[in-house]
Write a protein of this length. Structure first.
Length: 329
């Protein structure tokens, strides 16, 4: 008989499951879909640990139900789905999976930039339809990338790596900082400049969002923000959907306020705002920023290691509330 009982709210790469099985009896949601909140609560009863997804809302009722909980491991870098303050109040450690998906998500942001600026998806549809009549000098004219200005909103791990990838295109890089601190890596390696949000909007040809979702960043990009951007500018979001007011984005794309958008996340995920799918100047992906084999596997093993540490009463590698452990020492 294993010492601990662990519940995994949706199947993750087997490498993570195998790690957990070394110390626990592991039950995995057998259906390839997110659990409803009611189902989540029903399934976590009597479990010592849980590995969950960003679609799982982890708050007071979750902690009430999982009365034996020794730790919760989020299979995601973002953690706006977790009430960390409540977990800390109850002295329950929680963790996330930063770092291991940095490169993959930064690459996805670049994929969106190229796709929307060079009208890749739009052109692909024409080719598949069999309606292309041959080359023409005015067909599918898009935006230039080399030598343009890239604006990074949220220069953390992913934003920094995404900006560093611009070196091959000779781009000028601007970035914002909610703390006001300079990013010495970006400034020393590519000459990036810390600017105000307004200056970034007014100057950047490409705006890439990498900020976490907080009360301050929700709807950071609204009609006012779009109106400050260049008509030739593009916006890309691989962070969290609600950072953009999608109704305002649809209007901005329809009206030509901005040139285009590339989205991997959505305000009402998995649903999209009406009108978004009808637009040709937006590329829409199903939240695949971290979807490479190595990244998803590394996320699984990091989440498993985090949870195993918490089950044993130890601080996990990427703890979101380390003060719990500091107070114990």
């Amino acid at each position: 008989m294993k010492k601990f009982k662990v519940y995994v709210t949706r199947m993750i790469p087997q490498e993570g499951i195998d790690l957990l099985k070394q110390v626990a009896e592991v039950t995995v949601n057998p259906e390839d879909r997110p659990l409803s909140h009611t189902e989540l609560l029903e399934n976590v009863r009597d479990h010592d640990g849980v590995v969950g997804l960003l679609t799982d809302k982890i708050g007071g009722d979750f902690f009430d139900t999982a009365a034996n909980l020794k730790g919760y491991a989020n299979y995601a870098v973002g953690f706006d789905n977790i009430d960390v303050a409540e977990a800390t109040r109850r002295r329950i450690p929680v963790s996330n999976t930063p770092g291991v998906l940095t490169d993959a998500t930064a690459e996805c942001a670049w994929a969106l930039i190229f796709s929307v600026a060079r009208r890749v998806v739009e052109s692909d549809k024409v080719m598949r339809s069999g309606t292309w009549s041959g080359w023409g000098p005015l067909q599918f004219i898009g935006g230039d990338i080399k030598g343009k200005t890239l604006g990074i909103v949220g220069a953390g791990r992913i934003g920094t790596e995404m900006a560093l990838m611009s070196r091959g295109f000779g781009m000028k890089v601007l970035y914002t900082s909610s703390s006001g601190r300079k990013n010495t890596v970006l400034e020393s390696k590519i000459g990036a400049r810390l600017v105000s949000f307004t200056e970034l909007l007014e100057t950047a040809d490409f705006v890439s969002i990498h900020t976490p979702l907080t009360p301050q960043t929700k709807h950071l990009f609204d009609a006012s923000a779009f109106s400050q951007m260049k008509e030739t500018a593009y916006i890309v979001n691989t962070a969290r959907g609600p950072v953009i007011n999608e109704n305002d984005l649809v209007a901005a794309l329809k009206n030509g306020t901005i040139a285009g958008a590339g989205l991997d996340v959505y305000e009402h995920e998995p649903h999209m705002t009406p009108g978004l799918t009808e637009l040709e100047n937006v590329v829409i992906l199903p939240h695949v920023g971290s979807a490479t084999k190595s990244s998803r596997t590394d996320m699984a093993t990091l989440a498993a290691r985090n949870l195993i540490a918490m089950l044993n009463g130890d601080q996990p590698e990427t703890c979101l509330n380390p003060d719990i452990f500091n107070e114990q020492n």
